[in-house]
Ligand binder design. Structure first.
Ligand SMILES: [Zn+2]
Length: 93
């Protein structure tokens, strides 16, 4: 076997090795990149359906109503919403 062929074979093995190692590294990089961003949803504004005020999601009062989650500025608005939703039970939509 000539020395040139050995060099070509070594180069091929090196390329294959790099391909496999590059594929593994991509997954690690993707995980590291996501940690750079701060968690979203901390200061998202949600609308109060009763008084239509915008409240930060973290401070709002969350109420699960069926499949939806409603957010209120205070417990008072939450109660108003519950009494209103009870009155509209007969309505079909
Ligand atoms: Zn309110």
């Amino acid at each position: 076997m000539s020395p040139l062929k050995i060099i070509v074979l070594l180069a091929l093995f090196y390329l294959l090795y790099r391909l496999f190692s590059a594929g593994r590294r991509k997954k690690v990089n993707a995980g590291a990149a996501s940690s750079e961003r701060p968690p979203v949803g901390h200061d998202v504004l949600v609308e109060d359906p009763v008084c239509h005020a915008y409240v930060p999601k973290g401070q709002a009062i969350a109420l699960r109503h069926g499949d939806k989650t409603h957010y209120f500025c205070s417990e008072k608005c939450c109660r108003v919403f519950l009494t209103h939703s009870d009155q509209e039970k007969g309505e079909t939509g």
